[in-house]
Design a protein around this ligand. Sequence first.
Ligand code: NOJ
Length: 693
Amino acid sequence: MNTTPAIARALLVSLCCLALSPLHATTASRTSPDGAISFVVSDEGGMPSYTVTYRGQEVIRKSALGLEFKDVDGFVRDLQIAAQSNTSSDSTWEQPWGEQRLVRDQHNELLVTFAGAHNPRKLLRLRVRLFDDGLGFRYEVPEQKGLSKQRDGRLEIIDEKTEFALPTPDKTTAWWIGSYSWKSYEQLYRTTPLAALDRADTPFTCRLPSGVHVSIHEAALVDYASMTLDQRRDGVLKADLIPWHDGIRVKTRLGFRTPWRTVQISPDAAGLINSRLILNLNEPNKLGDVSWVHPGKYVGIWWGMHVGTYTWGSGPKHGATTANAKRHIDFAAEHGFGSVLVEGWNVGWDGDWFGNGDVFSFTKSMPDFDLAEVARYGASKGVHLIGHHETSGSVTNYRNQMGAALDLYKRHGVTQVKTGYVADGGTVRHTDEKGILRQEWHDGQFMVNEYLYSVTEAAARHISVDTHEPVKDTGLRRTYPNWLTREGARGQEYNAWGSPPNPPEHTVLLAFTRLLAGPMDYTPGLFNLAPNGLAAENRVQGTLAKELALYVVLYSPVHMAADLIENYVEPDGKTTKPGFQFIVDVPTDWESSRAVAGEVGDYVAIARQERNGPDWYLGAITDEFARELVLPLDFLAPGRSYEAQIYRDGPLTHWRTRPNDLVCEKRVVTAQDRLEFRLADSGGVAIRFRAMK
Ligand code: NOJ
């Protein structure tokens, strides 16, 4: 990753030691580079707090700050602002892969030091960064005497006091999923007045009555517990850190810092998607040369298990056979897919695999699967095998084999692994150092560390990771670019199970909520949208054009063509079906990306320019309502003509009755044109703009 020289770096340090007076509140403040966002910190009453305004309007009312520790007095009361300093920075950095190659990081920073009112040596720092698209702040607890009772500085956090007090909870609309769910993040998003929320995961999105959109999340979640939000009083969302099995939130040592608490602010919904704030608040690449990390598209032995065509376990329907894997490799090679995922290749799937965590082997193949031969065959055709490690939430069993399992993959040229942690919320199992079996949440500190450990172990072998049942994304792909993508929301698989399937608004909501965190392995691209008939519950509640548009709308550097490969081909066994060409063409690595229109949960349109090429792509999708969309093409390069290859809903398309009606047409357009479309009920449009000579 290259960090380009700072465009301008103005260092303005105004360190002013302030008189500590318990009678007068001291404040420290800073604005965003464009002046629109203002952040004010105060020590009024000895309790640290902050407020945020946007274009003069209060976005976060007075909200508490602080940390509480076990057995020692933490940072909650009797605190005073002792010092403050300002810096500014404007630089541009390059992503090795991503939705945007060059990312501008322009921010103003405020560093506030709180000291104990009666003990000036007791120190807490609050570092605040203000960007034009929002802000982040984090706590830093420097090494100091008297704060830990342990020689080695160990500390246990039992509560984080941070609040986000949003105004007008009755008139603010919130889009959210609940925290502490047995389904973890795999829930349907709810649309409610803010006042109706109890506990929510982040990213949490809301719209204030003024139309301003706000997203609360966190960046750089490392060695800490995930922050969830708990509405304690009207509109006051309090940080609720996911605890360990013993109730402690975070086990740390003096000299630690928390993840960034982030507030993205935009005058409209699309602006949230265009924000790069989460990435900007993460550390630069720690892996050095990552030319071995490959974005791309894949097919696989996967959907067949979910719809019952195959089984993971052994038997007549076992999907992961050598012959079937080779058949998929042939298809991938013929149609330009870089890799093939094979699930169910290893020993341990027989019986109820949900409960098989302790019996999975990650090095032994099923008798009808020859890993070496499949990998060799793939390599001969330029196709990589994507490895698969399902742990069923038994982390110790995986840990014990992880090194050998990744070594095995490395030996066979496997450069990407999909990991899985299927387990109900709060029941990820591990054996602690005393040999006692413990159960944890997927997003507590234990698992935060476990996921990152798997990513760094994989990196050491030049293997990339796609985590399913993950902890939420907080932008760590910047620091560890081999952490390609993850699940972390209801994916396509729910449409196979129908329990219930993803409703028409689901993917539209994902774009403004889950996807604000980072890439998602949703696995789009089904052509057989209703394998059990149009009336069945387990089917896709959307049109074929919408499936195609998801490749652009839902960013991921690796995207699957999820359907059974035979469903992409006409009965002649050779000709591919209309629309398949879009999946073949669409890139997964972008020069730039821009949400051009949208309203949360209603519709969204996103345009992206391919990396290393002049072509643009556009995806637009709608919820259960058909709608007319007028799209100005001003994102295209001026003065250039493009052939727009359009895949859209037809006049009779409807997700319930005629989901596969797809119109494929071509037009010549320029940046001055506007395209008008009718998206069907739960429909979409996918376009490749091929630059003409
Ligand atoms: C759940 C994952 O999301 C899915 O993709 C996978 O097929 C199963 N677990 C089995 O690992």
